[in-house]
Design a protein around this ligand. Structure first.
Ligand code: ADP
Ligand code: ZN
Length: 588
């Protein structure tokens, strides 16, 4: 038996390595550098813990683990102690006596693993310690956990991670393993560059979490929708509800409690003791629902979380994936449920615009937001899109309930996406004369309707959505945006644009004389809900921009041009059965 396998058995009590663990452990035991991308729950810790023990037993000394969170270090070191492994951590919660004692153990060669925060690693005192160890051949391995923290394109940038280049510069002969649970192509490239891992072997595991069912619904009344979702599908289950603001966390936790659901709040504004108590209860007790901001979750290892709900949209797909990934770590069926609406799109766009970051950074963030919006608006398989974002191609799976009607739909919708390209609208309600200003470069956004594989375990695969031909409505809205801008030399927000299209006389319409516009009332047969859905999706595909610096007014972007000209059809998911019944047709 190999030394690695006996460590796995004897120390950790496991039979086999999982997935790529064996290959990674082999590579690192042999002294190679590695970049490991593995989803949450995949078993990243063993990828460096086993090599640490094997190498220590071979006389190579201590492994330094860089970890961003004190709570995480604490849990890991506790678990290692239970397994009889000599491990310790250094962090800001310790007094100088404790620190000195650990430093003594370190220099005496008594530790197999030492955990430390990145800001500690870069201190002269700590670097000196590592120099001493290295001089005696007792610095075995560097493990950099949560490696995406080094990248500002990741969802959790920590500037201290940038200083970790010192490891390679100062001790190039010490092998390094960097690990992360999320990284799209941009972030991955950034990690490689920032941590100087150009020569490292990359181990990329599948990011698929087959037991998680993805559902994204249109937000009408988030609180009511969430209540229904929990009561119908997760009565008595443990779950996490992510909200954007602290205020919303508190309100929702209260609303759930009022409805008889055991719910707790968690956000950074709560007293540390309350936060700790709520987190402990969530981990220990059964069936609690945690209403939280994204401050909650990193390092939380609760296997039986049955659902993760988003009542507000996250910033990007990495965040969405990371947060939903906390559901179903035990492998049993779990739900990832999100409600989102036009206000979410506007909010996120505004937060990017208003951030103090540079224009380059904002462009990347907008591209990432677009990709998430495309996921939310998709009428095809969510999982296929999610995996495509992380560079994986999904192969169709047999549907769980494969009745004939279902498989016909599957075959049909695969063709529908391409066929739409040749569709031309008969309506000529708006001319194509508008000259949109140059828009932002389209980044990661995938055009609606270009993924054909089906997973059989997301809302769109299980219940293929009704779609409708929104080309006419889209052209009417876009040309109205163009015309008001031309006529009044100022831009207007979504509400006013919809009022004009529907021919609704308001004070503002009168004030600007917008009844005179040729597009006045041309969409009076559309409901407001329909038009709002179209606007949201036009923003999602980058045809319209919400200008946060100017009262959320709408401006045309390049992608509006082919739609205005009638060269590009717009086929959208139906807002809801009741509001769109008249115009809804089943996807052919
Ligand atoms: P990650 O850090 O990738 O989220 P962890 O390292 O915390 O994942 O591992 C997730 C869970 O899987 C842990 O409970 C761990 O003990 C377990 N685990 C990891 N590898 C194996 C294995 N080879 N066999 C059995 N259980 C494993
Ligand atoms: Zn699917």
């Amino acid at each position: 038996m190999s030394p690695a396998l006996s460590v796995l058995h004897d120390v950790f009590g496991y039979e086999h390595f999982r997935g790529q663990q064996a290959a990674i452990v082999d590579h690192v035991v042999g002294g190679g550098d590695a970049l490991v991308l593995m989803p949450t729950g995949g078993g990243k810790s063993l990828c460096y813990q086993v090599p640490a023990i094997v190498r220590q037993r071979a006389g190579k000394g201590v492994t330094l683990v860089i970890s961003p969170l004190i709570a995480l270090m604490h849990d890991q070191v506790g678990a290692l102690h239970e397994a009889g492994v000599a491990a310790a951590f250094l962090n800001s919660t310790q007094d100088w006596q404790q620190t000195e004692e650990i430093e003594r153990q370190l220099l005496a060669g008594q530790l197999t693993l030492l955990y430390a925060a990145p800001e500690r690693v870069a201190t002269p005192r700590f670097l000196g310690l590592l120099d001493t160890l290295h001089a005696h051949g007792q610095l075995s391995l560097f493990a950099i956990d949560e490696a995406h923290c080094v990248s500002q394109w990741g969802h959790d940038f920590r500037p201290e991670y940038r200083q970790l280049t010192v490891l390679q510069e100062r001790w190039p002969d010490v092998p390094r393993i960097a690990l992360t649970a999320t990284a799209d192509a941009t972030t991955r490239a950034d990690i490689v560059e920032r941590l100087r891992l150009q020569d490292a072997a990359q181990f990329v595991s599948s990011f698929d979490r087959p037991n998680i069912r993805y559902t994204i619904v249109e937000k009408t009344d988030a609180r009511r929708q969430l209540l229904q979702f929990i009561q119908r599908e997760h009565d008595g289950d443990a779950g996490i509800v992510y909200c954007q603001s602290r205020k919303r966390v508190e309100e929702l936790a209260q609303a759930l409690c009022d409805a008889g659901i055991d719910a707790l709040p968690y956000h950074a504004g709560l007293d540390a003791a309350v936060r700790q108590r709520n987190q402990d209860r969530f981990l220990r007790e059964d069936g609690l629902v945690m209403c939280a901001t994204i401050a909650f979750g990193m390092g939380i290892d609760k296997p039986d979380v049955r659902f993760v709900a988003h009542v507000d949209m996250p910033k990007n797909i990495e965040g969405y994936y990371q947060e939903t990934g906390r559901a179903g770590r035990d492998g049993a069926p779990a739900d990832a449920w999100m409600a989102y609406g036009l206000a979410d799109v506007v909010n996120q766009a505004r937060m990017i615009d208003e951030s103090p970051a540079g224009e380059d950074f904002k462009q990347v963030m907008r591209g990432k937001l677009d990709a998430l919006l495309a996921l939310a608006e998709a009428t095809d398989c969510r999982r296929a899109r999610l995996l495509a974002y992380f560079g994986e191609t999904m192969v169709s799976r047999p549907a769980a309930s494969g009745d004939a009607e279902d498989s016909k739909l599957i075959a049909a919708s695969a063709g529908a996406a391409g066929a739409g390209e040749h569709f031309h609208s008969e309506s000529d309600a708006c001319e194509g004369g508008a000259e949109p200003p140059p828009g932002r470069p389209k980044a990661a956004s995938v055009p609606l309707g270009s993924v054909v594989a089906r997973c059989g375990n997301c809302d769109n695969c299980l219940h293929p959505p009704d779609t409708w031909d929104a080309t006419d409505a889209a052209r009417k809205l876009l040309s109205t945006v163009f015309r008001v801008q031309q006529a009044s030399q100022v831009a207007f927000g979504a509400g006013h644009i919809m009022d004009i299209v529907r021919g609704k006389s308001t004070d503002k319409v009168a004030q600007y004389g917008h009844q005179q516009l040729s597009t006045w009332g041309i969409g009076s047969d559309y409901s407001e809900a329909q038009l709002r859905g179209v606007l949201r999706q036009l923003i999602a595909v980058g045809a319209l921009h919400v200008d946060a610096q100017a009262y959320n007014t709408l401006r045309l972007l390049d992608a509006a041009r082919p739609i205005l000209k009638g060269d590009q059809p717009v086929r959208l998911r139906a807002a809801s059965a009741s509001t769109t019944a008249r115009r809804t047709e089943r996807r052919r």
